[in-house]
Design a protein. Structure first.
Length: 331
């Protein structure tokens, strides 16, 4: 297949419409969601697998990589260093909950807090710049003072070449739309958008289009439950569809004109190839596969599937299944 590229809004960056998202490099749990510590032995023993995955992604024309946790940055940095491909990759980084960090610290420390977060990630990437810095969840602990401070500092770093673009990652599209409307300070946005979460199309995408703000879509496959791929809820596998649930999800999202790239999680070569093969299918999308998966996920049958997934050998799947059964939601 020939990868297609889109200009990411006002950044001018040409990004592959298929990227790789921020939680793809780990099978241990997100420390912001679960009480668990990093296992260094597991991390380094499995790095070669991720090196191969990143190489295959690059060879397929994928050039957009979103990172959230430091482990993801480190893993990507090691892979790009091994293959000498940093210049071929467009990398987004972020600091987790920056406004909360400012709230919990004296004002004299604010600048160092943000700079230290950025420098730590650049060091892990073996580079001196990031293509995009995302302000993580500006809706969390927002104040005008925190917001103004961070944006002014990021614009300073942008002028120095430390970052090339300023983005925002949000679970509240209405909140981010209002920030763009008032301040027009973001070059890109990253937002959850899929067959279940459709609000961004009407609330956020029009203002992004008006201000030439590039749109990156996260959570393309894990819906309606956080961290659980929709593929687990394909109940009737005897019906033949042209697309798998994951492929149908990607296709459906990219049919939205405002979307420049979509960043699904990728935990294996098999998952990567499945995503890439989306673009080799010429037949039109039959949305019934998405309708059926969603209907099953929200039914009593879906609860039974979640109970089985709570015993899954992958810690992230079992952990998020248990949380879903408890009614836990991130958004």
């Amino acid at each position: 297949m020939n990868m297609r590229y889109h200009v990411l809004g006002r950044t001018g960056l040409h990004v592959s419409e298929l990227g790789i998202g921020g939680h793809e490099y780990r099978r241990w749990l997100n420390p912001n969601h679960f009480n668990i510590e990093r296992d260094d032995k597991e991390f380094y023993n499995t790095q070669e697998e991720r090196n191969t995955l990143i190489k295959k992604a690059l060879d397929a024309g994928i050039n957009y990589f979103d990172t959230t946790l430091k482990e993801e940055v480190e893993s990507l940095g090691l892979a790009l260093k091994k293959w000498d491909k940093r210049k071929d990759a467009i990398v987004a980084i972020m600091a987790i909950f920056p406004f909360k960090k400012l709230k919990d610290s004296p004002k004299s420390r604010w600048r160092d807090i943000i700079l230290d977060e950025i420098e730590a990630r650049l060091k892990l990437l073996y580079t001196d710049y990031a293509d995009i810095f995302n302000v993580h969840m500006p809706e969390d602990n927002y104040t005008r003072e925190y917001f103004t401070f961070v944006i002014e500092l990021l614009n300073e770093l942008k002028g120095m070449g430390k970052i090339r673009a300023i983005g925002a990652s949000t679970h509240e599209p209405a909140f981010l739309a209002e920030l763009i409307r008032k301040y027009d300070c973001f070059d890109t946005v990253m937002v959850g958008y899929n067959y279940f979460m459709k609000d961004a199309k009407d609330i956020l995408f029009p203002i992004c289009k008006a201000h030439n703000v590039g749109v990156v879509v996260m959570k393309p496959i894990s819906w309606p439950y956080y961290g659980i791929p929709i593929s687990y809820f394909q109940e009737n596998r005897n019906i033949q569809y042209n697309y798998t649930p994951a492929q149908a999800s990607i296709k459906w999202i990219l049919d939205t004109q405002e979307v420049s790239t979509v960043v699904p999680s990728v935990n294996s070569i098999q998952e990567l190839e499945e995503n890439i093969n989306t673009f080799s299918i010429k037949e039109p999308l039959d949305e019934n596969i998405l309708v059926e998966c969603l209907k099953t996920a929200l039914s009593e049958k879906g609860k039974e599937i979640l109970k089985r997934l709570a015993q899954h050998p992958y810690k992230d799947i079992s952990g998020y299944a248990k949380k879903a059964l408890d009614g836990w939601k991130v958004i």
